[in-house]
Design a protein. Structure first.
Ligand SMILES: [Zn+2]
Length: 119
């Protein structure tokens, strides 16, 4: 199995799960509350469930924009959408490589306002 491909796919799902859970991706994992973890695990399950239902994400096609596209990328809310409007609030999505060296795209409004405030 191609580890880079797997890591890349994992990164997509991580981006999507953090968005669905409303968690700021720059937060340290050890600072997350139990409620954050529960939201995140629920989000990961829902993202993976959607991906399976859509028969996976055709990463290569998605990145190049050529060939036949798979179906899950049509449901991506943040990954690969830096600079585009957030599907939830319309704020321009931000892409950073500062967190773990890979592309992380997120909405500062949806994934920041809830951090640490909602208990
Ligand atoms: Zn948003």
């Amino acid at each position: 199995m191609d580890q880079r491909r797997v890591a890349g796919v994992g990164n997509i799902y991580a981006n999507e799960a953090l968005f669905r859970a409303g968690i700021d991706p720059s937060r340290r994992a050890d600072r997350l509350t139990r409620r954050d973890y529960e939201a995140l695990f629920g989000a990961i399950r829902s993202v993976l469930g959607d991906a399976v239902a859509a028969r996976g994400t055709t990463v290569r096609d998605y990145r190049t924009g050529t060939g036949q596209r798979g179906s899950f990328q049509a449901g991506l809310a943040v990954y690969g959408r830096g600079g585009e409007p957030c599907v939830r609030c319309g704020t321009t999505l931000t892409t950073t490589h500062a967190i773990d060296g890979r592309a992380t795209t997120w909405c500062w409004r949806c994934q920041h306002a809830r951090s640490g405030r909602q208990t």
